[in-house]
Design a protein around this ligand. Sequence first.
Ligand SMILES: [Zn+2]
Length: 153
Amino acid sequence: MSRPFYNVNGPQGDGMACVLCGADFLKDKITSVEVGHNPLDDGSVYACKEPCARLLAEDAERMALEMRVVAGLDDVDVPVGDDDPVFCVDGHFGSLLRDLRTLAGTEALLATSDDNTTIRFLLSLTARHAETAMMRARLVLARTKPGARDGDA
Ligand SMILES: [Zn+2]
């Protein structure tokens, strides 16, 4: 596996313990799966199949999504409510969902980063998207207030 795990050492770095929860594979009867490698010696590192490997896989999916959003490659499905422009993909609600997804992806990246430059970049990303998410949430709240709609009242 190509994913590097920088923060592991001891039994975790040697592949003898789960990189996520630290479970001892020698002592406990746990099904483990390879989830990446230790960049220090290129050895494989492992995680409990359930739930740790599943959580890592979900993190990786969130990261991939976040990278697509950041890179402007975001063509993922956004739930569409009705024809109200607030809820359409290009409306405030769609943008809000993208902000929230970016924040979720940033959280996953922050949890696995130990490089100061990366962390600072992720924190600036968090600040920006948290701010726009707040504004968009307020806009959607204002637009969806009972009586505020001028269409099908
Ligand atoms: Zn585990």
